[in-house]
Design a protein. Structure first.
Length: 256
C-alpha cells in the first residue's frame, strides 16, 4: 500500500491507497516542533484505529510546502516503514508541460493538483485549492500547467481579523446560512464564507477570459465544501484531489 502525504502550512492530509483505492484518510496538524517519532507514533495509532496493519505500507510519497517538517516525515518513512519516500517536485515526470517561471517555484501541492485534474477530469481545467492560501491552478487543453493565482486563505484572513480588531472574538468557520449575520459571530462567518466565495468567482471569471475553451472548475482543500457551496463558478468539489495527485505522480515515477 502507498502512504500519500499532503503537507500544508496548517494541516497535513494523510491518505492510504491500495492501488487506486483510497482505504482511509486523516487530517492532522502540521507541527514544526514534532519529532519523527512523534509523527510515527501518531500515524501508527491512526492506522491501528482503522484496523490497518502498518507492515502493509510498501511506499511513501510526499507533497510538502512546509520545508521545516519534511526531514521528520522522511525519517518516518525510513524508520517506521523501511522505504525512501518519493518527494513530489517539478523534476519528476509529471505528465505536464510546466510553463511557470521558474518551474522550481511551483508548489508540490499545485503540481499534484494539476496532475490529478488532468487524470480525472476533461481539460482545460482550473483547480481552486482552499487551504491556508487559496490557489488557482490553470491546466490547458493540451495538458500544460499555465500558472494561476495565490490569495490569502480563509485561515489567514481570520487570524488577521482577530489580530488587528481586538474586540472581535475568535469563531469557528461554519456557514451561518445567510449573508446577513444577526450577531457578531454570524457576521464574521458570513463575511468570510460569502466573501471568499465571491473572491473565487471573480478570479475564476477573470481567468476564464484568458484561457482557451471552457475550463471545468474543481474545488479542493480543507475549506472547499463550505466555501464552494456558495460559488457560482465551481463545477466539482473534490476534497482529496491533492492526495490523488500524489498517488498519480508516485505511479508515474515509482520505477525511477
Amino acid at each position: 500500500m502507498l502512504l500519500a502525504l499532503d503537507i500544508g502550512n496548517t494541516n497535513t492530509t494523510v491518505g492510504l491507497f491500495d492501488g487506486d483505492t483510497l482505504k482511509g484518510s486523516w487530517r492532522i496538524q502540521s507541527d514544526r516542533e514534532k519529532t519523527a517519532d512523534e509523527y510515527g507514533i501518531l500515524l501508527n495509532q491512526l492506522l491501528a484505529y482503522r484496523g490497518i496493519d502498518p507492515h502493509g505500507i510498501t511506499a511513501v510519497a510526499i507533497a510538502c510546502v512546509l520545508p521545516p517538517v519534511l526531514p521528520a516525515w522522511e525519517r518516518v518513512a525510513q524508520s517506521y516503514f523501511g522505504v525512501k519516500p518519493l518527494i513530489i517536485s517539478y523534476e519528476l515526470d509529471t505528465g505536464l508541460a510546466i510553463r511557470y517561471q521558474p518551474p522550481r517555484d511551483v508548489g508540490a501541492d499545485r503540481i499534484a493538483n494539476a496532475a490529478a485534474a488532468k487524470a480525472k477530469y476533461p481539460l482545460p481545467a482550473i483547480v481552486v485549492d482552499l487551504g491556508t492560501a487559496t490557489t488557482f491552478d490553470c491546466i490547458s487543453k493540451d495538458g500544460e500547467y499555465l500558472g494561476g493565482a495565490i490569495c490569502p486563505g480563509v485561515g489567514i484572513s481570520l487570524e488577521a481579523l482577530f489580530a488587528r480588531a481586538s474586540k472581535l472574538p475568535r469563531v469557528s468557520l461554519e456557514d451561518p446560512g445567510t449573508p446577513i449575520g444577526t450577531n457578531t459571530v454570524q457576521s464574521i462567518q458570513a463575511g468570510i464564507i460569502y466573501g471568499t466565495a465571491g473572491e473565487v468567482d471573480a478570479i475564476v471569471r477573470a481567468i476564464k477570459k484568458e484561457m482557451e475553451g471552457d475550463p471545468i472548475v474543481i474545488a479542493t482543500g480543507g475549506m472547499s465544501r463550505p466555501i464552494a457551496a456558495h460559488c457560482a463558478t465551481v463545477d466539482v468539489i473534490d476534497e482529496l484531489l491533492t492526495l490523488e495527485g500524489v498517488r498519480i505522480l508516485y505511479e508515474r515515477n515509482k520505477d525511477r
